[in-house]
Design a protein around this ligand. Sequence first.
Ligand SMILES: [Zn+2]
Length: 194
Amino acid sequence: MQFNVAQLLQEPIGSTRRYDLIEEISQLDPELEALGPLVGQIQMLRTNSGVLVTGELSTALRVTCNRCLAPIAQEVRFQLEENFHTLTEVHTGRAIDPQEFEGTLAELEDDALLIDSHHILDLSEVIRQDLWLASPMAPGCNWDGEGQCPNLTRYLTELENLERASGQPADDEPPVDPRWAALLQLQTDDPEDD
Ligand SMILES: [Zn+2]
């Protein structure tokens, strides 16, 4: 997801580029499991202090249902809008004064938004962050997000049937694990009595 913007930076303010993206993102983040490439279209606009990148991107991530832990495919879609900036002017090499920068101080201080000295604009980090932000906090197997998780309902029914088959009521208190029994015994012993 690296773009050489040397040419664009030499063009007048307002110049644009448009790219269709089909990006392999399996190596982007070890915690993000992509089921397909990241696809979409981005536009780059030459600004006074760099390049404004906008676009709409989407992919599918493998996530687990918040309720039954079953793996599910989750479509993730997000709008990209980031102000990348350069530290030097590409044609003169003149250092750009921070006051010339269009954007917030947070953007100026964000290394992910810096076009490097080889005029490479790298979208990887902002896209990685956007994927996390666009991912649902509590994904569920029910795609409409309403009602009970169908898998969880099925598992609970199966569990109840198993317990019924083994002759134990489903709401019976589980027996104490023998490994804990010794500890529980220690806890109930009062040391003052010794
Ligand atoms: Zn589920």
